[in-house]
Design a protein around this ligand. Structure first.
Ligand code: ATP
Ligand code: MG
Length: 355
């Protein structure tokens, strides 16, 4: 048993928490998974440098931020420095042609999203890559998330379970109008930052020099090395935190009109008109609080507002259909109700099938 898991036992004295640790240990990315991704990254960087001599390839996302699963894809950012900004689609087209000639790459596919990517696989394996050009904010936020992931022992198991739960309930796919993993992670961090006894601080506030938004990209990966673990007075178990997370978004953000009418009839009138915290607030991990929405285009008429910690735009903009928003809220409400009742992870997520 790894040492970190030993100390995790302090937060896993009940069945639900124990199940969370078990799922985490079975699914978390292994050293060998990362080594495989890293080997591929090195090879790709060398091959890309035959065309773009000074290009650098960075592994980002859950492969690097401590929140990866064995099944997670590998996100890559190609940094091309220079005065004139290259057109990402042009570069990806050049790379697609190159990749088709590489013996260890297959199934390349250019995806023209807001951030265009080249998707491909390592030949003969199920390892999938998503490569973008110069989307360096992804490097910055990867190392910010990494610092949060290691600030407290409970963060990594907590987030892994939430990601698995969201995926199982089909609310974890930005391309289908639901939540990206990145958005979900920020939602968990926000919950942990805003508890009466916070489990996390704002690292950007406490260590501005490590997470300065314009830090030279080469030194960004050094930031987390200078952040010590956070000492929280909150000793909640993993299960209590998971329940609290579901409850926070199921009731604090969207109180049912029945509940609020019992609490206060005036409040009820307010909610009936459809004004919940989802309508009024922006989730900000940067500030470790929910900020009032202003009337800017970024937040206006958006169902869910979650602020990107560096670019300050809405990472939840993919949720643009009411039907998807309702499905997300219903999933939180339903899982919260069931888990409160049963206190068994299997009641909201078939653990055995996932392991
Ligand atoms: P998974 O394990 O499901 O692959 P992930 O942590 O890799 O999860 P993704 O949502 O796939 O999460 O995003 C990959 C990375 O891309 C994030 O870690 C982040 O660095 C970056 N990213 C994703 N969405 C945004 C966004 N809206 N703004 C800025 N960066 C983003
Ligand atoms: Mg990923």
């Amino acid at each position: 048993v790894p040492e970190s898991s030993n100390s995790l036992q302090a937060y896993a004295k009940d069945k639900l928490s124990d199940q969370m640790v078990e799922l985490f240990e079975a699914c978390q990315q292994q050293t060998s998974d990362l080594a495989r991704k890293e080997t591929c990254r090195t090879r790709l960087q060398k091959d890309i440098q035959s065309i773009y001599a000074v290009a650098r390839l960075y592994l980002t996302g859950s492969s690097m931020n401590g929140l990866g699963c064995r099944s997670s894809d590998a996100d890559l950012c190609l940094v091309l420095k220079g005065n004139n900004r290259p057109d990402p689609i042009h570069v990806l087209t050049v790379l697609q042609r190159l990749f088709k000639s590489l013996s260890y790459v297959e199934r390349t596919q250019l995806i023209r999203a807001k951030v265009p990517i080249l998707r491909f696989r390592e030949k003969g394996s199920d390892l999938e890559f998503d490569l973008n050009i110069n989307n360096t904010v992804g490097i910055r936020n990867t190392f910010l998330l990494r610092s949060y992931a290691y600030a407290d022992l409970r963060i990594r198991p907590m987030i892994l379970v939430v990601k698995k739960w969201a995926r199982h309930n089909q609310i974890n796919d930005a391309s289908k109008g639901t939540l990206s993993s990145y958005t979900l992670v920020l939602m968990v961090l926000h919950y942990l930052q805003t508890l009466k006894e916070p489990v996390l601080p704002s690292l950007q506030r406490d260590y501005p020099e490590c997470f300065y938004a314009f830090l030279d990209i080469d030194v960004v990966p050094e930031g987390p090395k200078r952040v010590p673990p956070y000492i929280s007075t909150n000793q909640s178990s993993l299960g209590e935190l998971l329940l609290g997370f579901l409850k926070y978004y199921a009731t604090d953000f969207s109180p049912s009109s029945l509940l609020s009418s019992i609490l206060h009839p005036l409040v009820s009138c307010f909610w009936v008109r459809g004004r919940s915290r989802w309508d009024k607030q922006v989730i900000s991990v940067r500030e470790a609080k929910a900020l009032p929405k202003n009337n800017s285009k970024e937040w206006r008429n958006k169902y869910i507002c979650v602020e990107e910690p560096f670019e300050k735009n809405n990472v939840a903009r993919a949720v643009h259909e009411k039907i998807k928003f309702d499905a997300i809220k219903a999933t939180f409400a339903e899982s919260c109700r069931i888990l409160q009742d049963r206190k068994d992870l299997n009641s909201i997520l078939p653990v055995r099938a996932i392991i």
